[in-house]
Design a protein around this ligand. Structure first.
Ligand code: ATR
Length: 480
């Protein structure tokens, strides 16, 4: 009797890869597995072989041969050169129509390049964002596949089956061609940076107002029952309530105040700069992490004087409510900026991304899953061309309602010497965007002064230049 062939293969048996392979097996798929270092494949078979049907192979050739054609092969290896190396190893063994899916955190520009190279050889390449951490990979992540619609016909049902679900709606949908899936995942991570930074700022404000760590934990726990309900708020409450196993002090107080990062936040900001999309909250979050780890700068700056980060709060309960409202408003602005980048990038790269779909599949499984995402999905479904989430019918009035509290919190933070860059920059973005006239006329006037860059007038069309170093006469340079 011939051995059954696998429905799908997974290369890379580190934590994410092995959990994804197990998730597939739990859903009844026969899963071929392979890892560069064979011991990891053997360990998965030994520890989890009983959970489903796995076919482990030591050689890449045996691995490929063990999969049913047209083959679907998921790469879960380190992003970057390792992904290219693994693809190069696989290609000679594939047949026309086979699909390679890259489920790592690859840069979407690498995905565009790889898709072009691989599709030219007659194979499909599907760059796919996967979010949910190791637990999500095992139990149901949010999945953001790019690539061809044709490859989604084969891969889609399997990915949808293993993804998280809201009711019977899978947190997985085809995002768009080539790099679209990794692009959307990149922005998911950028938003995640802002979400976490604004939670950190909130915690610092609550502590400065006299709340103990336990009281702050309880505050987040209560907030999680309301409109702020989200995975990150939920685990903040849990993390803050955790005692240090060594000293018994709150664990958060013994964790070094240095935040690491792996690059997707930086890419989100770099790409936003190239697209000309302001993502202030995400950028501040990336910078905040960078500054936190900049030891020499922090040591040098420790001589600087200012208020001592204590908030004199007359009514603690009303201050806590102010902070809650400011948190909601700042978070919504950061999301608005991220969705703006998705919309703009989708247009720029010709992907035709549905922003509503991105919000839909982030409602569960991923790290930024939140109640708010259902509202966002509804807004973008009702108006796919929505320019700014801030201005959406269900969001704008609430931002107005929370305005006073938001401003009080930003003022209180500034006066007490507490850095709250996401709270403050989100408010600045909000004010700059809503102003009928902003300060850019000064910049443009100066640009014309020193560089003859011309200016437009408010009263007539055209570009104009003033003879700044001459008789100060005005010349019309162009009609439009
Ligand atoms: P984690 O941080 O979860 O360990 P990772 O470092 O992103 O994951 O990815 C590690 C996976 O990529 C491993 O399966 C690793 O194979 P080994 O177990 O043999 O180290 C795989 N990997 C890394 N570089 C690789 C390469 N050049 N070729 C093939 N696989 C590679």
């Amino acid at each position: 009797m011939t051995k059954p062939k696998a429905n799908i293969g997974v290369v890379g048996m580190a934590v994410m890869g092995s959990n994804l392979a197990r998730n597939l097996a739990h859903h009844g798929y026969v899963v071929a597995i392979h890892n560069r270092t064979h011991a990891k494949t053997e360990k998965v078979l030994a520890d989890h072989g009983h959970e489903g049907t796995f076919i482990g192979s030591e050689s890449i050739q045996d691995f490929v041969n063990s999969i049913d054609r047209p083959r679907s092969i998921i790469l879960m290896v380190k992003a970057g050169a390792s992904t290219d190396a693994t693809i190069a190893e696989l290609l000679p063994h594939l047949n026309e129509g086979d699909i390679i899916m890259d489920g790592g955190n690859s840069n979407f520009r690498d995905t565009i390049r790889r898709e072009a190279e691989i599709s030219a050889k007659g194979f499909h390449f599907v760059g796919t964002g996967i979010s949910g951490g190791e637990y999500g990979a095992l139990t149901g992540p949010a999945i953001m596949p790019g690539g061809t619609p044709e490859s989604y016909k084969t891969l889609g049902p399997m990915l949808e089956a293993i993804s998280a679900h809201v009711g019977d709606e899978p947190c997985c949908t085809w995002i768009g061609p080539n790099g679209a899936g990794h692009f959307v995942k990149m922005i998911h991570n950028g938003i995640e940076y802002a979400d976490m930074q604004v939670i950190g700022e909130t915690f610092e404000l609550l502590r400065a107002a006299g709340l103990s760590v336990a009281e702050a934990a309880e505050t987040f726990r209560k907030w999680n029952e309301g409109e702020l309900s989200s995975y990150l708020i939920e685990i903040t409450a849990e993390m803050l309530a955790q005692a240090d196993p060594q000293t018994g002090a709150p664990l958060v107080d013994v964790i070094k105040d240095r935040a690491g990062m792996k690059g997707t936040g930086t890419w989100t900001v770099q790409t936003a700069l190239e697209l000309g999309v302001p993502v202030n909250g995400i950028a501040e979050s990336v910078f905040a992490r960078a500054l936190s780890s900049h030891d020499d700068l922090r040591t040098a700056a420790s001589v600087l004087t200012g208020p001592d980060r204590v908030l004199e709060v007359a009514d603690r309960e009303s201050f806590i409510e102010d902070v809650r409202q400011a948190l909601w408003a700042s978070k919504v602005v950061a999301y608005s900026q991220g969705f703006d980048e998705i919309r703009t990038g989708g247009e720029e790269f010709g992907w035709n991304i549905s922003v509503a779909d991105a919000a839909k599949i982030w409602r569960d499984g991923c790290i930024i899953r939140a109640k708010l995402l259902e509202d966002i999905r509804q807004e973008y479904s009702a108006d796919p061309q929505l320019v700014s989430l801030m201005a959406a019918p269900s969001i704008a009035p609430k931002l107005g309602e929370y305005n006073a509290a938001w401003r009080r919190v930003v003022v209180a933070a500034a006066q007490a010497g507490i850095a709250a860059p996401v709270f403050a920059s989100s408010l600045a973005y909000y004010d700059m965007a809503r102003a009928p006239r902003n300060n850019a006329a000064v910049t443009q006037g100066l640009r014309d002064f020193f560089g003859s860059h011309t200016y437009e007038r408010i009263d007539t069309p055209g570009h104009y230049h003033l003879e700044w170093s001459g008789d100060r006469s005005e010349t019309k340079i162009s009609e439009d």
